[in-house]
Design a protein around this ligand. Structure first.
Ligand SMILES: Cc1cc2nc3c(=O)[nH]c(=O)nc-3n(C[C@H](O)[C@H](O)[C@H](O)COP(=O)(O)OP(=O)(O)OC[C@H]3O[C@@H](n4cnc5c(N)ncnc54)[C@H](O)[C@@H]3O)c2cc1C
Length: 507
């Protein structure tokens, strides 16, 4: 909707404030226009909200980092039923696909459409535009937010303007790949691979390429190089050399025991494993068999072949663990004692992230074909890489013309674009969470030790959650809870707001 939005700003001090700031109006500022913002806009009841202002400098809003226009080979990583941006409506995105691209993009092994991520971006954009049109006043400001002044009413600041709001939601997303080896600026090093349409266009087809990392981003890069007809050698280098697991065809899991209402009393890894055993027994499956199936063979190519063969396997155990990692994982994580969390982080990080976010079978099949043809190799035991490029790994060294970075950012990393904003919040009493991100309490930013009812965080900036990056389903659920929390405040409009102001003045 660009700057032709519905509301009109008016001058205030150095910048602007919303005209609709009379006593009864609920002004909401949303920082970041990615998937989290779309889920929030879709969930907000327009009858209770007067004005919405969304801030994001991205040239194309609503797509965030992952869903911008890119090559047709850059695909979504999950089936439609867990990519609905409307929490509680699993068919919302599947219905959009049926209506807009009927029958297209089928991954035959998965039995579900797996479109390019740019197509998912169109779904997000359309959902956002439809949602925005319901509000009496709405506007997109294509600027980065550099700070928030936490006075009686929060004031959102960009480089040249100020906007007063009643409720502010931070939806700034996560980090970008980390440059672990200090190669930024070295010719031939691609620090951030996306959009692949641009970064791969600079790589001549015959050059040897090393991809740092072997997770889902690395898979995107390999599949896209292959789709462009790359003829040089492609090497995936990482410490473990392991590839992600492969999605299994979705089936109804009918989970009975691994549910939030079973998490009573002290929760430990012991409690969790009892619940898993009970759940598996319900389906006549056994934990030890499942553990053996999860422990992939040491040779990643054999593992990939086995994983592809299991796409249709009828056993539900792995599907149950995968679903639970997203649905129950955040609640369990909050309740686990620190030694148990440390055990998960230190001993099981790779297995859990791989299980929670597998690759789609179509991509797995491309990788296997390239490995079998000798066009792709997996290098494990990576020790380092020097400009030039020469990489050390378990059995020797490997030289390449180009190095593409696919090292995952740490969980809850602060995106570069949000650093000034985070600095401003830290200066006013917000705090970093030990596990990354900012400290939040039930979705509210904690400022000077107290949850601020005017400030909400949706997405990876919220510290204290588990170490798996939220997928769309998790972000949509958080956005839905935030919309409810905002609406609860606006329910009895002015009195509640004056109570809120008093409480905050007292804080
Ligand atoms: C490459 C990739 C692929 C993925 N694929 C899938 C998938 O297929 N399926 C799935 O379920 N999940 C996937 N995920 C995870 C999921 O997409 C993300 O959880 C989701 O996009 C997060 O949405 P978000 O709005 O929190 O962040 P983002 O989508 O990243 O959006 C954040 C927005 O905030 C803006 N912003 C940041 N700082 C500021 C500031 N200071 N002022 C204003 N705006 C600011 C940014 O410009 C950006 O547009 C993927 C993640 C990545 C990184």
């Amino acid at each position: 909707m660009g700057d032709s939005g519905l509301g009109e700003p008016r001058a205030e001090g150095m910048g602007r404030a919303w005209a609709a700031d009379d006593a009864d109006a609920m002004n909401i500022a949303i920082i970041g226009a990615g998937a989290a913002a779309v889920g929030l806009l879709d969930a907000l009841d327009p009858a209770l909200v007067e004005t919405v202002t969304v801030f994001d400098p991205a040239p194309l809003p609503w797509r965030g980092r992952p869903y911008r226009p890119d090559l047709a080979s850059v695909l979504v990583n999950a089936p439609p039923e867990i990519m609905s941006i409307r929490a509680g409506d699993r068919d919302h995105y599947a219905g959009w696909l049926d209506e807009n691209v009927p029958g297209a993009y089928l991954d035959e092994r998965l039995g579900r459409p797996v479109p390019p991520r740019a197509v998912y971006g169109e779904y997000l954009a359309e959902t956002a535009e439809t949602a925005l049109a319901r509000f009496p006043a709405a506007r997109l400001v294509q600027e980065a937010v550099t700070g928030i002044s936490l006075g009686e009413r929060p004031v959102v600041e960009t480089a040249g303007a100020r906007y007063t709001a009643d409720q502010v939601v931070l939806c700034v997303g996560g980090g970008t790949p980390r440059d672990l080896y200090g190669l930024t600026g070295v010719p031939g090093f691609v620090a951030d691979p996306y959009p692949l349409e641009q970064t791969l266009a600079t790589i001549p087809s015959g050059q040897d390429v090393i991809v740092l990392g072997s997770g889902l981003t690395a898979v995107d890069i390999v599949v896209s190089l292959a789709a462009r007809g790359h003829t040089g050698r492609i090497s995936l280098a990482s410490r473990s050399g392991a590839l992600p697991y492969v999605w299994q065809r979705p089936v109804e899991t009918e989970i009975k025991h691994l549910t939030a209402d079973r998490l009573r009393g002290p929760v430990t890894l012991g409690t969790l494993s009892d619940l898993i055993r009970r759940e598996l027994a319900e389906h006549h499956e056994d934990w030890d068999d499942l553990a053996a199936a999860i422990a992939m063979p040491p040779d990643p190519v054999t593992a990939l072949r086995e994983q592809l063969a299991l796409v249709d396997a009828p056993l539900r155990g792995r599907r149950i663990l995968q679903e639970t990692a997203h649905t129950l994982g955040p609640a369990v994580w909050r309740l686990l004692p620190e030694p148990d969390r440390r055990r998960l982080r230190e001993d099981h990080f790779r297995t859990i992230t791989g299980l929670a976010s597998p690759m789609i079978p179509g991509n797995a099949a491309v990788l296997l074909e390239l490995l079998d043809a000798g066009a792709l190799e997996l290098l494990s035991g990576m020790t380092g890489i020097e400009a030039g490029f020469r990489l050390g790994h378990a059995t020797g060294t490997r030289a390449a013309d180009v190095v593409i970075n696919a090292v995952n950012p740490p969980p809850h990393a602060i995106p570069q674009r949000a650093e000034p904003l985070v600095t401003s919040l830290l200066a006013q009493g917000a705090s970093r969470h030990l596990d990354g991100g900012l400290t939040v309490d039930t979705g509210h930013l904690v400022v000077a030790g107290r949850a601020d009812p005017r400030l909400h965080v949706v997405g990876d900036l919220a510290g204290g959650g588990p170490f798996i990056t939220s997928g769309i389903a998790g972000v949509a659920a958080q956005a839905h809870r935030t919309a409810r929390s905002i609406q609860d405040r606006s329910g009895d409009e002015s009195p509640d707001r004056s109570r809120m102001s008093v409480a905050l003045r007292d804080a």
